[in-house]
Design a protein around this ligand. Structure first.
Ligand code: 13P
Length: 257
């Protein structure tokens, strides 16, 4: 499966940060990595990021409302993102689930909205530290998967990102065995629900992915890419992670790390 590497900039980046996107786009033009590459800047940069990406990087929003328009101060719809040139959107990120009190049903509605607007939806799921320590991770993730992915999802419109909350921004990652176990559990659920197409639906890992651990994580079974936070902010680190995902050591980032 062609890997998908996505950089989630969260609430980081101003106009001058577009230079990082230009640098990654240039690197892609020179090395042609065999991966789908996306960057999710804050809403304010989406339209300019699309220009900076020169069609080499997909640009997406970090969330969208379920409705196309209306009296929802501060929200942005999937249609608005598409209008700004975005081709993807992250839905159900744990930071949004928390700050907007999103339920699985709301995440599913946003996933449907993404499809309606022609955007690829990256649907995030993942357990808290307490759930992990209590041995509940698989049950939690299965329930989130069931509730957050609408029945009409398919492998061309939807990507799943497993992001254990306790691994986000902490420098801690699950063991390789834990990642493999969870991803194969997610794969089994997707195949049970979507049949053969469920085996093509990409499952990304996210949470403290960096240039040191990316190669090992990305080589694990049923890990079809990564959703990278902090390490996606600089072109050099992000390009190195993308190069790693293709399994080719000749694809090294030309940027100073
Ligand atoms: P970090 O890579 O900074 O841990 O963030 C992961 C994440 O939340 C990506 O969506």
């Amino acid at each position: 499966m062609r890997p998908l590497i996505a950089g989630n900039w969260k609430m980081n980046g101003v106009g001058e940060s577009l230079a990082e996107i230009c640098a990654v786009a240039q690197w892609i033009a020179e090395t042609g990595p065999n991966a789908d590459i996306f960057i999710f800047p804050p809403f304010t940069l989406v339209a300019r990021a699309v220009v900076a990406a020169s069609n080499r990087i997909g640009i997406g929003g970090q969330d969208c409302h379920a409705l196309p328009s209306g009296a929802f101060t501060g929200d942005v719809s999937a249609e608005m993102l598409a209008d700004a040139g975005a081709t993807a959107v992250i839905v159900g990120h744990s930071e949004r689930r928390q700050s907007c009190r999103l339920t699985d049903a709301m995440v599913a509605a946003r996933t449907t909205a993404a499809r309606r607007a022609g955007l690829l939806a990256i649907v995030c799921i993942g357990e808290t530290a307490e759930q992990h320590d209590g041995g509940l991770a698989q049950n939690v993730v299965i329930a989130q998967l069931e509730g957050s992915i609408p029945p009409d999802a398919n492998s061309t419109t939807t990507v799943v990102a497993y992001e254990p909350i306790w691994a986000i921004g902490t420098g801690r990652t699950p063991s390789l065995e834990e990642i493999s176990r969870m991803h194969s559990c997610i794969r089994a659920q997707l195949e049970g629900r979507f049949g053969e197409d469920g085996s093509r639906l990409r499952i990304l890992y996210g949470g403290s992915v960096n240039t040191t651990n990316a190669a090992t994580i990305l080589a694990a079974p049923n890990v079809d890419g990564a959703l990278v936070g902090g390490a996606s902010l600089r072109a050099g680190e992000f390009a190195e992670i993308v190069g790693t995902s293709t399994g080719s050591s000749s694809l090294r980032s030309p940027f100073a790390l």
